[in-house]
Design a protein around this ligand. Structure first.
Ligand code: SAM
Length: 421
């Protein structure tokens, strides 16, 4: 069988990896469940994360969606401006997003290959991997996947088509991505009835008027049709409600089709390049467990706030090889922050003076800070479109209140942590 070769290609060797629990998130004081590790959000390099997870999850993950950098040699900034008015680009504010720069193709393949090998090991016997790329690298990835999974395990080459402006004048506009779907084994989860779509009204009309129209094959008009392997979903545009501002965010509708088809409720769905968190958000909404990893703190922060807005599932945040460190950019205990926070024990409320924290994006409270793992008991998030972040949060389990710790994150990504005595 033909195989892709490049000079640096090598069998992946283990890298040192340790997971350190950084926070437990209990959405809006939903209580302390025993199984807080059921849903996990990891911050750090996914190769180390996967090595660390192998002991627990080898052969256990039911579905992996992977949307890595595409080898586009571009940089993708995040937009942090409010109401990104497409008519006022001068008002957009940009922040660090993620880079997709590589010295050469070999370096890119050196990144991709060991990760696909580990994803294959993590998949359950009936699991599937959906690898999302575009014309830059999908041909190379296809050969790598054939080598690791076997060519007979190709489920589909899915083409996601979309519209959008393009500066290209010397070729056709490039408006599709390719998703290579492979299964781990010959028996795999595929819930065909959960992804059927209604027939086109013209097809319905034709068959209703003439049963012979399909040369003996009459479609089940009420049940709907099995989608083709090319999908149209609009890209997440500036004014869409699901838009987070994180770059190259994928539409929830796309993930919904993948998750409904290739996993069952209670299954573990993983995304090792989670970005804004589309996969864990859709997985949580459909009763799946999730495991999401990204190496930038902005992605992890975007994912956590998005999860908090759509579900009340508790989850933990773990750092990969970040033992003893505060999350990227957390400044410990500034006096200014201390002045801006107060606790009213009669009402059980923590108040923030928003003037002390202009442009706050998020804050959370741990009522019994142990100096190690932040137990985020209640959270406030800046509304996406209008209004300010709420200035007070209520602690309902007043008996548990000991050392109150408040963590805050500004829209530019700066973070503070402060204690209230
Ligand atoms: C294409 S974006 C993912 C977008 C995501 N599907 C969404 O809907 O928002 C790729 C992500 O992979 C992350 N990433 C790149 N290399 C990584 C690595 N080695 N480990 C973990 N995350 C990585 C980037 O920080 C970026 O957020």
């Amino acid at each position: 069988m033909p195989e892709l070769y490049w000079p640096g290609k090598a069998t992946p060797t283990p890298v040192p990896a340790q997971l350190n629990t950084e926070s437990f998130i209990y959405p809006q004081g939903s209580g302390y469940p025993s199984d807080i590790y059921r849903n996990r959000l990891l911050w750090g390099d996914n190769l180390a994360a996967m090595w660390a997870l192998l002991a627990e999850y080898e052969g256990q993950i039911d579905l992996i969606y992977a949307d890595p950098p595409f080898y586009s040699n571009r940089h993708y900034p995040a937009r942090i401006g409010r109401v990104e008015d497409s008519r006022r680009p001068d008002k957009w504010r940009l922040a660090e997003g993620y880079p997709d720069h590589w010295p050469d193709l070999d370096a890119y393949l050196d990144m991709l290959y060991p990760r696909v090998v580990l994803m294959h090991r993590l998949l359950s016997p009936t699991g599937s991997l959906y690898l999302h790329l575009d014309w830059h690298a999908n041909a190379y990835a296809r050969l790598i996947l054939d080598e690791i999974f076997g060519p007979e395990r190709l489920l589909n080459e899915i083409v996601w088509v979309y519209h959008g402006p393009s500066p290209i004048r010397s070729a056709f506009n490039r408006k599709h991505d390719t998703i290579l779907a492979y299964t781990r084994g010959s028996k795999y989860t595929f819930n065909v009835d959960d992804i059927r779509t209604p027939y086109d009204p013209s097809t319905v009309k034709t068959f209703e008027s003439s049963r012979k129209a399909g040369f003996g094959k009459v479609p089940d008009l009420a049940r709907g049709q099995v989608p083709e392997d090319w999908w149209y979903f609009p890209v997440v545009a500036r004014l869409h409600n699901e838009r987070t501002g994180y770059p190259t965010q994928k539409p929830e509708a796309l993930l919904e089709r993948i998750i409904l088809a290739s996993s069952n409720p209670g299954d573990m769905v993983a995304d090792f390049f989670c970005g804004s968190g589309t996969t864990p958000v859709v997985a949580a909404r459909h009763g799946r467990r999730f495991l999401a990893v990204d190496k930038t703190w902005r992605a992890v922060h975007t994912t956590r706030t998005r999860l908090l807005q759509v579900s009340d599932l508790p989850f933990c945040i773990q750092g990969v090889n970040q033992a003893g460190k505060l999350p990227e950019g957390v400044t410990d205990l500034s006096e200014q922050a201390r002045d801006g926070c107060e606790f009213d024990p009669r009402k059980g409320q923590v108040y923030l003076n928003l003037e002390s924290f202009p442009e706050l994006d998020y804050w959370e409270v741990d009522p019994a800070w142990d100096g190690r793992v932040f137990r985020s008991f209640t959270q406030a998030i800046r509304p996406r479109r209008k209004g300010n972040v709420p200035h007070s949060l209520t602690l309902t389990q007043t008996s548990d209140i000991q050392q109150i710790c408040v963590r805050l994150m500004g829209v530019n990504g700066e973070q503070f942590q402060t204690m209230i005595e």
